[in-house]
Design a protein around this ligand. Structure first.
Ligand SMILES: [Zn+2]
Length: 163
């Protein structure tokens, strides 16, 4: 993680650990709203500034696509007035699903940091492994397993309470 820390020093407590801690707080807030606890933060890599942040909103918006990653890509694109977020890094508490992994590629995100691995629903290290497909034209640098245990515990507690 050392090379990332160099470019992310500065504002907003800008270390990968700090941004993931923020994503975890957003995941926790999502759980409190009855959403699957996943949180995401989009960071401008060079400055370390947070561009957008979100937790899942699928229930609230009646929208199966309102995953935290999709929401920060949409908000980030509007904020930077560009669909291409090539200087941005995305932090998310769970391995992105195939839809979000594809969207992160379309947005040309520089680095993807995720927390827990998701063997059942993930699309980066599992399932379709989106970035390894010949149809994928931009592959972010991927760093998985950051604060993995905390992210996994949030999900486990959420589904335990649901039963
Ligand atoms: Zn997703």
């Amino acid at each position: 993680m050392t090379e990332q820390e160099q470019s992310n020093n500065g504002k907003n407590g800008g270390t990968p650990q700090g941004h993931m801690a923020r994503a975890l707080a957003l995941a926790q807030a999502a759980a409190a709203r009855g959403e699957i606890p996943v949180g995401a933060v989009l960071v401008h890599g060079p400055s370390g500034d947070i561009i957008a942040e979100a937790g899942n909103l699928t229930e609230e918006r009646f929208d199966a696509t309102a995953h935290a990653e999709m929401l920060v890509l949409q908000a980030g694109g509007r904020k930077l007035a560009s669909p291409r977020l090539a200087e941005c890094d995305l932090y998310v508490t769970l391995e992105p699903c195939p839809m979000c992994a594809a969207a992160i590629g379309f947005a040309r995100v520089r680095r993807l940091y995720f927390g827990a691995y998701d063997p059942k629903g993930g699309g980066v290290e599992h399932g379709p492994r989106i970035y390894q497909q010949p149809t994928c034209h931009h592959k972010p640098e991927v760093y998985g397993g950051i604060d993995e245990q905390e992210a996994a515990r949030l999900l486990k507690d959420f589904f335990k309470d649901k039963r």
